[in-house]
Design a protein around this ligand. Structure first.
Ligand code: PLP
Length: 384
């Protein structure tokens, strides 16, 4: 039996709610399930306003439009992230300025941000890697000092907290993902969290193809019309129906992921103590959501050999990201960045282990035992 890297799951009433949406004859966006999802998030995360969209990429694109960037404006982002974090701003004509990451959390290194700020800098876009918070106090302090906007990419950080505050609710805007590889899923899906009230009305318009249709539905205008740029960013009610069932079980899902995370951590501790690999670090200010379990290996070649070993034993482990500053697009947009030493080093050594809701204790024991047997083989070769 193969252990996949990720597996979509049903946590509760997903199929029942989808059936209900179909029977009610309401499949397009902004129906009752969309309302339930946004109200749930606004309540649980103490967020001013949440808009459901079809992906975190969509949420980032709306956020980038709201930042009202002019060509040549700069945004500070990590290079170690998914393309959407940067693409959303590049679509607005902005220039990415890549920031190196911290060796402990793989998050944007807050001590290196100030040195990257120029008169053209407009936005800092921190990414909460693995659902572990960036140093938001420092980032918000810099944003206030230089009058910058903060857009949190909290795609992986739904239900994580920093000093008690939900990730995504700290910057001016926050973005969530409900892609099937994330903690709470709806196939594709996402949300924009609007913390800065100045942006609420315009965000609704951008999300509705640049029309004031939301105002029309609330009876605030008697017909709706084209008032701004925008696109089709709504999530369908089928998506929202599935997602609402997942949100209802958010506590159960997060607890299960924590158990998986703890178990990996405990079982792999002896290998860390023996200096064979390094485990994730969670700073004291962060309550994480068990989104990801990764290990850091000695080198790229050890990683490749371990992936191959696990694959032979039907265990799928994967790595990401190719640092964006070293990608063809990154190089053409930001040619002057030549080296980000921590990003380059760690991105070659990080390996993600299977982590999903239905992963069993037996699966984890098997994965850890195969990792141990791989290193026994290696250690023997070294000794011989
Ligand atoms: C998954 C992810 C995204 C994209 O989310 P989608 O919902 O697939 O658009 C963006 N940023 C990060 C950091 C992610 O992990």
């Amino acid at each position: 039996m193969q252990i996949p890297f990720n597996k979509p799951f049903i946590a509760g009433r997903e199929l029942h709610y989808i059936e209900q949406a179909v029977k009610d004859g309401n499949l397009a966006g902004d129906g009752p399930f969309t309302k339930k999802c946004t109200t749930w998030m606004e309540h649980h995360f103490s967020a001013n306003k949440v808009l459901l969209v079809h992906s975190c990429t969509a949420a980032l694109e709306i956020a980038a439009i709201l930042c009202d960037l002019q060509p040549g404006d700069e945004i500070i982002v990590p290079s170690y992230t998914f393309v959407s974090t940067v693409n959303a701003f590049v679509l607005r004509g902005a220039k990415p300025v890549f920031c190196d990451i911290r060796p402990d959390t793989m998050n944007m290194d807050e001590s290196k941000i100030e040195g990257l700020i120029t008169p053209r800098t407009r936005v800092i876009a921190p990414v909460h890697y693995a659902g572990v918070a960036c140093d938001m106090d420092r980032i918000m302090e810099l944003a206030a000092k230089y009058n910058l906007l903060v857009v949190e990419d909290a795609a992986q950080g739904v239900c994580s907290r920093y000093k008690g505050q939900a990730l995504g609710t700290i910057g001016n805007l926050g973005c969530y993902s409900f892609h099937e590889t994330k903690n709470f899923i709806s196939g594709e899906g996402g949300a924009l969290v609007i913390n800065d009230r100045r942006f609420i009305e315009r965000a609704e318009i951008i999300r509705e193809k640049g029309t004031d249709r939301s105002r029309f539905f609330r009876g605030q205008v008697d017909k709706y019309t084209w008032v701004d740029i925008g696109s089709s960013y709504l999530a369908s009610e089928l998506t929202a129906a599935f997602l609402y069932a997942q949100l209802e079980e958010a506590g159960k899902i997060t607890q299960k992921r924590h158990e998986i995370w703890q178990q990996y951590h405990q079982l792999l501790r002896p290998l860390e103590e023996a200096g064979i690999l390094r485990l994730p670090v969670i700073p004291a200010d962060c309550t994480h959501n068990g989104h990801m379990f990764y290990i850091l290996l000695e080198s790229q070649s050890v990683r490749a050999a371990l992936i191959a070993h696990l694959k032979i034993h039907d265990i799928m482990a994967v790595f990401h990201y190719v640092p964006l500053h070293s990608s063809p697009m990154g190089k053409s947009l930001c040619p002057e960045v030549s080296r980000l030493p921590v990003t380059e080093n760690l991105s070659e050594r990080l390996l993600r282990l299977p982590c999903y809701y239905e992963l069993t204790d037996g699966d984890i024991l098997k994965i850890v035992s195969e990792i141990k047997s791989f290193f026994k083989g290696i250690l023997k070769t070294v000794i011989l």
